[in-house]
Design a protein around this ligand. Structure first.
Ligand SMILES: N[C@@H](CCC(=O)N[C@@H](CS)C(=O)NCC(=O)O)C(=O)O
Length: 264
């Protein structure tokens, strides 16, 4: 049973082994299996881990997942704090990254995985376009409270506010792979965008269509219907939102204790 970030005291270990055919458009399992298995460590909440879990799900990747909890005493927490480059989570090792010197910082992790899996375009120019898109989605995410608001004043002349940013994101999406087509490789910024929009929708259903418009709402619906993302969202590996993520309180706890496990 997991309660949220304070959860059980000992870390939990899960094996994520998505069933079914591996998608052709991403790096093959055979190639990835030539390296040490991927190990992903994060707290037992969605938080900064969700874009990473969703990216791995879309690629149909096998990996091991360690969920740690904040209630552990500091001596035990030092087990991961000592190894994390910035003393924080998430962090990854494997797939070419040594177990003794994992990579931290969610932005670094997602880019590493996107390069490894083939979700970062096919040229330096495409990488820059995807980076520009990712950073713009990050700007959008900074305003999630306003995106979730009921009937906010939508001033499209203020470029920094999410209503104008949403229109820019919409325009950038036009040159991105079509999420309705399951044979194409979507990129990591599209994965990040869907995690942000899903969280807004979970906070207040209908707010994306109301405040950002039908195009981003449809994008979100198309992304969650991609078969491997949909399988992940329905699996025991997918954690619910904490009250904090749903703007219900300041606590990283779930509404009720939950049971989670491996995805096989
Ligand atoms: N910029 C970092 C932030 C990482 C971060 O703030 N991690 C938090 C959890 S979301 C953490 O490890 N907190 C533990 C602590 O403060 O000791 C990233 O994007 O990875």
């Amino acid at each position: 049973e997991i309660l949220g970030v304070m959860g059980p005291i000992d870390p939990l270990f899960f094996e994520i082994r998505p069933k079914g055919e591996k998608p052709d458009q991403y790096t093959s399992k055979e190639l990835l299996d030539q390296e040490e298995p991927l190990l992903f460590t994060y707290f037992g909440i969605k938080g900064l881990g969700e874009q990473i879990r969703m990216l791995l799900a879309e690629a149909g990747a096998d990996y091991d997942s360690v969920l740690v909890f904040g209630s552990v005493d500091q001596e035990h927490a030092m087990q991961w704090k000592k190894r994390s480059a910035n003393g924080l989570l998430p962090m990854i090792s494997g797939w070419g990254i040594s177990r003794t010197t994992p990579i931290s910082q969610s932005g670094a992790i997602i880019r590493f995985l996107a390069r490894k899996l083939g979700m970062y375009g096919t040229s330096v120019l495409e990488e820059a376009v995807i980076d520009c898109f990712y950073e713009t989605v990050k700007d959008l995410a900074d305003h999630n409270t306003l995106i979730c608001a009921s009937d906010p004043e939508k001033d499209y002349s203020i470029a920094k506010l999410p209503f104008a940013t949403g229109r820019c994101v919409e325009k950038m999406l036009k040159v991105m792979p079509d999420p309705k087509d399951d044979t194409v490789a979507v990129n990591f910024a599209q994965i990040y965008l869907v995690t942000i929009l899903m969280q807004c929708e979970a906070t207040r259903s209908g707010c994306v269509a109301e405040n950002l418009g039908p195009t981003l709402d449809q994008f979100c619906r198309d992304m969650v219907q991609r078969p491997r993302i949909s399988a992940f969202l329905q699996s025991p590996a997918c954690l619910p939102y904490t009250r904090k993520e749903l703007e219900q309180s300041d606590s990283y706890t779930f509404d009720a204790p939950i049971i989670r496990g491996s995805m096989k």
